[in-house]
Write a protein that binds this ligand. Structure first.
Ligand code: THU
Length: 128
């Protein structure tokens, strides 16, 4: 999915990560073919930092999108950068069993499904 990885690479250029210097871009594809991007945004109160994946998902929700098929995540690293635990929860709850495509600046590094990345999830089905 080169177009989605390229969109994530472009979004990464907007990353605001002066504390970690670890710039991440994400691109989320909706069921009807829209691409919504995100980058990480850090804060001096480190815990308020938000990852690229959640920025992309919250932007998409705020723009009225509700159904998604895949997300690409890009960092400038040899090893792939998978979504953190908090992002896995949000992506699962709002996006379901997305395809997750990981890449760096030049190549794809792996593909997963959300159900592989977050086995035995807690979600609204368990709230009764
Ligand atoms: N980060 C992301 O944006 N996405 C990931 O998948 C991993 C981590 C960000 C959070 C923080 O700004 C920086 O990378 C270092 O953890």
């Amino acid at each position: 999915m080169p177009a989605l990885l390229d969109a994530a690479r472009a979004a990464r250029l907007h990353a605001l990560a002066p504390f970690s210097n670890f710039n991440v871009g994400a691109a989320l594809e909706t069921e009807d073919g829209h691409i919504v991007t995100g980058c990480n945004v850090e804060n001096a109160s480190y815990g308020l930092t938000i990852c690229a994946e959640r920025v992309a998902m919250f932007k998409a929700i705020s723009e009225g999108h509700r159904r998604f098929v895949r997300i690409a995540v890009v960092a400038d690293t040899e090893a792939p950068t998978p979504p953190c635990g908090a992002c896995r929860q949000i992506l699962w709850e709002l996006g379901g069993d997305l395809e997750v495509i990981l890449g760096n600046l030049s190549e794809e590094k792996g593909r997963f499904r959300m159900r592989e990345l977050l086995p035995l999830p807690f979600d609204a089905r368990l709230l009764g």
